[in-house]
Design a protein around this ligand. Structure first.
Ligand code: SAM
Length: 190
């Protein structure tokens, strides 16, 4: 059995521009783009995480539209969205991954950020890729929204991925979550 590899788009707990804990809203574009990227790179599941009931209902509506009505127009999208699940919290995604795993063990929790001021040691994509292959561990990779994943999530993670950086003279590296997820998935699974 291959180890599992899954992704999650986290809308809570995130931070706002002042660093306060914040819950963001689901966007149609993020759900579609991360579902397609996750599907393309062979992820077993893609979780949309929000504790807000009305937001989860909206997430379910986005998914069910493409699984029912939208399939008539775009079968590829249904194909991508079939790995997507809407859940209330990161713990629910972890529990579902544990349940789905061969040995009922929680996945390695991997977090992503553009920042380095969280004080945690970081792994490069190459290091994580090799570790997952050699240790045959399941992994769940979290992506943030708003101004990023809250410190409580960054601190509980098993692995913090090093930020993607480019050649901006001032070090600017704040990608959209859609771009960051696609690049990181290609490095981890391409
Ligand atoms: N409203 C924003 C948008 O347009 O997507 C949400 C920004 S949210 C902070 C972006 C998320 O993408 C981060 O939490 C992280 O998961 C990922 N991300 C962005 N830039 C990154 C980078 N340079 N390295 C690694 N991950 C990055």
């Amino acid at each position: 059995v291959s180890p599992r590899f899954s992704t999650a788009l986290v809308h809570h707990p995130c931070v706002d521009r002042h660093g306060a804990i914040y819950t963001t809203s689901i966007t149609n574009l993020d759900v579609h783009d991360l579902a397609r990227s996750s599907r393309t790179y062979g992820c077993d599941a893609f979780y949309v995480v929000t504790p807000v009931t009305a937001q989860r209902e909206m997430g379910e509506r986005i998914l069910s539209y493409w699984q029912d009505e939208g399939v008539k127009r775009n079968p590829d999208r249904q194909n991508a969205l079939k790995i997507a699940h809407v859940v209330a919290g990161v713990d629910d995604a972890v529990a579902m991954e544990r349940e789905a795993s061969a040995e009922k063990i929680a996945p390695l929790l991997v977090v992503t950020s553009a920042r380095t001021d969280h004080g945690r040691p970081m792994a490069t994509c190459a290091e994580l890729r090799i570790a997952l292959q050699s240790e045959r561990r399941d992994a769940l990779v979290l992506f943030g929204t708003g101004y990023g994943l809250a410190p409580v999530v960054m601190q509980r993670a098993d692995i913090v991925l090093a930020p993607l950086t480019g050649q901006a003279p001032d070090g600017y590296n704040h990608l959209s979550v859609r771009s960051a997820a696609a690049i990181l998935l290609d490095r981890l699974r391409g």
